[in-house]
Design a protein around this ligand. Structure first.
Ligand code: SF4
Length: 407
């Protein structure tokens, strides 16, 4: 018989820990948050600015595109500029087709990067003699860098797919075309990892990913990978989409996998809206880990949804402002006040649940709803500490929150 216990998160799947420029991925380390720039890497100023923004937002690893000589030449300059800004953020080079050549021709790039991402779909892996694959693995060994073998079904190895399709047909088609595709993705990652190890790359230098764009496919593919290897796994739904759809699809798939103990680092790939903020994907990744109780990044701001009892938008605006202020202050607070991320702030719309929720928070306010006295009780550490009145309730509460955190 099932019990409530069955719904608890499963223990983390045992995986081999990989050191990526000082950030440990796998081996039970906290699930790392990562993201990727969308600047032209050859544009050093723009790339430094975006990596810095992603790092400040909380991205623990940042991937950059290395697609040609100009971008490879820019990588050491980007790394140097970031270090001068005090940002020792591990940079991951995203290579396709000619990564082996770029790494060989640009040793400073090979050195500056903390990890190389390679795609078995476009550097061959058919046998050990495959030059491109062997060369990139040799570079990783020479510079003592880990690699991520990142399969993506948009660039899946067609030869392997055809072979598995033919094998399936010869066996009387026990698998559907969708199942064969999933199997191809998984095998592509596993065969490449095996070859990398045969070439001499240690197991603790290999991370695997297998990105697809469908939620059910992603869950199936990672469940298969997790059961057939102990490599650290990078999770991400590719082409997740824009806005709400991308956030929901990524959260649904990654949330289910992490609940099963699968996943050592995550990236939420959101298509940026025109002029949109690239750091949003970092915020979504952090929030996903935080709401599931796996990591704590920022103090929680609990706010009620509001209803007909709320007379104005004051409380929604206050909750939003408080959340934005806290997030903006976190880079400084994190260093100054260790443990600050465990705090809880409540902003509630009326007396029904306001005082109760506020008492459960470290600091909370219950704003006056329809027909209530225009007064807002504030609770600190579970006790009513004061009542705010007048037109400046929001500003005064914001100051109280800052004071509380600083104390
Ligand atoms: Fe509505 Fe009050 Fe509940 Fe907020 S706390 S949702 S305003 S009843």
């Amino acid at each position: 018989m099932s019990s409530a216990f069955d719904f608890e998160p499963k223990p983390r799947r045992a995986s081999v820990a990989v050191d990526v420029g000082g950030v440990i991925v796998g081996g039970g380390a906290p699930v790392a948050v990562q993201s990727m720039t969308n600047t032209d890497t050859a544009d050093v100023d723009a790339t430094v600015a975006q990596v810095a923004a992603l790092y400040r937002a909380g991205s623990e690893l940042v991937r950059i595109t290395v697609d040609r000589d100009e971008s490879a030449a820019a990588v050491p300059k980007i790394r140097e500029r970031l270090l001068r800004l005090g940002m020792d953020v591990p940079l991951v080079g995203d290579f396709h087709y000619i990564g082996h050549k770029l790494l060989a021709d640009h040793p400073a790039c090979a050195e500056a990067l903390a990890k190389y991402r390679i795609n078995p779909g476009n550097v061959g892996f058919k046998d050990k003699k495959d030059k491109q694959f062997a060369e990139i693995i040799e570079m990783a060994m020479r510079y003592d860098k880990p690699v991520r073998i990142g399969v993506n079904w948009g660039s899946l190895d067609q030869e392997l797919l055809t072979r598995l399709m033919d094998d399936n047909k010869a066996d009387g088609s026990p698998m559907t075309a969708q199942q064969v595709t999933r199997e191809t993705i998984v095998q592509s990652a596993l065969i490449s990892a095996e070859l990398a190890e045969e070439l001499g790359l240690p197991r603790n230098r290999i991370i695997l990913s297998a990105k697809v764009s469908g939620v059910q496919d992603l869950i199936a593919v990672y469940a298969m990978l997790a059961s057939r290897s102990d490599h650290a796994l990078h999770l991400g739904l590719t082409e997740a989409g824009m806005g709400t759809k991308g956030i929901v699809a990524s959260s649904a798939s990654l949330g289910i996998l992490m609940q099963q103990g699968i996943g050592d680092t995550i990236r939420i790939s959101l298509t940026p809206e025109p002029g949109g903020d690239r750091t949003r994907e970092v915020q979504v990744a952090q929030e996903l880990l935080q709401v599931m109780g796996f990591r704590q990044f920022v103090p929680v701001v609990a706010a009620c949804p509001g209803c007909g009892r709320t007379t104005s938008t004051v409380f929604q605006e206050l909750a939003q402002k408080i959340e934005e202020d806290i997030r903006a202050s976190m880079p400084v607070w994190r260093e100054k006040y260790p443990g600050v991320e465990a705090l809880k702030v409540a902003v509630m719309g009326c007396i029904v649940n306001g005082p109760g929720e506020s008492k459960h928070a470290d600091i909370g306010i219950s704003l006056p709803g329809t027909g209530e006295t225009p007064a807002a009780p504030v609770f600190v550490d579970g006790q009513k500490a004061m009542t705010l009145r007048g037109p400046k309730i929001a500003e005064e509460f914001q100051l109280l929150v800052s004071d509380y955190i600083e104390k």
